[in-house]
Design a protein around this ligand. Structure first.
Ligand code: MG
Length: 161
């Protein structure tokens, strides 16, 4: 049966951290604050996939109270999410995502992000959409306080639900 899931995440900028988006390190004056590598795009995608599979969210599987997960690569989180899906015979059909940030420019990194995400999820890059937009200067995103990401996932589920 066909199923969909949605994911949303936001992380605030913090100086002294590398900026990792979609598994790619992007040159920027600031990174994102978080218990993991704070890859907001991976987190939104993880929640979309878990939702589509009828599973609890990323906070259930990777709680920010678990010290063993401090600094974990979010590409590794996606690998583990993919393993959860495979165990349930859930097959990913496609993923589409939007990054919302005033800075930095995302377009030069899109193909590297799709390759990294596709590698983690065993999904051809052409089944992964990533778009980027600004918040037109409005609100916390518009003031450049952080980056938000939205994602949807479509899957094929063999279980009865
Ligand atoms: Mg997050």
């Amino acid at each position: 049966m066909f199923a969909t899931g949605i994911g949303y995440d936001v992380h605030r900028f913090l100086e002294g951290r590398p900026l990792i988006l979609g598994g790619v390190r992007i040159p920027h004056a600031m990174g994102l604050e978080g218990h993991s590598d704070a890859d907001v795009l991976c987190h939104a995608i993880a929640d979309a996939l878990l939702g589509a599979a009828g599973e609890p969210d990323i906070g259930h599987y990777f709680p920010n109270t678990d010290e063993s997960l401090r600094g974990i690569s979010s590409i590794e989180i996606l690998r583990q999410v993919q393993a959860v899906l495979t165990k349930k015979s859930v097959v990913i059909l496609n993923i589409d995502a939007t990054l919302i940030a005033e800075m930095p420019k995302i377009a030069p990194h899109l193909s590297a992000m799709k390759a990294a995400l596709g590698g983690a999820l065993s999904l051809p890059p052409q089944r992964i959409g990533i778009k980027a937009t600004t918040n037109e200067g409005m609100g916390f995103l518009g003031r450049g306080e952080g980056i938000a990401a939205m994602a949807v996932a479509a899957v094929d589920r063999s279980d009865e639900f």
